[in-house]
Write a protein that binds this ligand. Structure first.
Ligand code: FPP
Length: 230
């Protein structure tokens, strides 16, 4: 099962406490650790993709961007050993040419040494834009192609594997939109929205989203199993 999360609400969480937005991102990074641990412990989620930095986030104030980049690097450095211990494969999707050399080196190191992890595949989307990836894939195409062939072009455009289709997309922070996140892969994703700000999202909330997913009747354009047999 592939679960994706749009981790929204760090800024508002901080503002409500009279703190700078960067404090919200630091609290958000702690939530990332908790949710990854919960996903690793449970045996439901096989792939977890987290939207850590959208390409549009470059338009935020320089201080906020540099603080997010520092947090991402610190996360990769501190979590690599834990990933190895827990059998987690960690990889990154998105553009790398606008990231610092230092961050790219850290990403490559983490990807290399966790490559054999098989209990959970954790993917961080950094400088990620689904529209840019799809446009990049279209630019590589020569004439018509099947969805399977298109995915090969998409992988080349993303400089990463496309990954399995998203089964469940969770968005915290009260907004109900996709914000340019895995538009192709979410074709049949079940969407779960919660008002909880990301720093307050916890294991019970994550499990509630997984239970909500389990209740959904997924039809993929066909009929529900009850109607099919009737
Ligand atoms: C959205 O909140 C969140 C982000 C733009 C960044 C997500 C980053 C983290 C959770 C922390 C670092 C990540 C990792 C993987 C260690 P927002 O700032 O848009 O919140 P707002 O809508 O309340 O302003």
């Amino acid at each position: 099962m592939h679960t994706a999360i749009i981790m929204d609400g760090n800024g508002r969480w901080a503002e409500r406490r009279g703190l700078p937005r960067t404090a919200g991102h630091r609290a958000g990074a702690k939530t990332v650790r908790k949710i990854v641990e919960a996903a690793t412990r449970g045996d439901v989620v096989e792939v977890l993709t987290l939207y850590a930095f959208a390409s549009n986030n470059w338009s935020r104030p320089t201080l906020e961007v540099s603080s997010l980049m520092r947090l991402l690097k610190r996360y990769l450095v501190s979590e690599t050993a834990r990933c190895l211990d827990n059998g987690v494969r960690l990889s990154v999707i998105g553009r790398r040419d606008r990231l610092s050399r230092d961050l790219v080196n850290t990403i490559e190191h983490t990807e290399r040494i966790t490559a054999n992890g098989s209990s959970l595949h954790l993917r961080l989307a950094i400088d990620y834009s689904a529209q840019a990836a799809i446009a990049g894939a279209a630019a590589r195409m020569r004439g018509e192609c099947s969805p399977e062939e298109f995915e090969r072009h998409l992988a080349a455009a993303m400089h990463a594997e496309v990954g399995p289709p998203v089964d469940l997309l969770i968005r915290t922070g009260g907004e109900q939109r996709l914000s340019d996140f895995m538009l192709w892969e979410c074709a049949y994703a079940e969407l779960v929205f919660t008002d909880t700000f990301w720093p307050d999202f916890d294991e019970p909330a994550f499990e509630a989203a997984l239970r909500e997913f389990a209740r959904r009747d997924r039809r993929f354009g066909g009929l529900s199993s009850a109607r099919q047999s009737g």
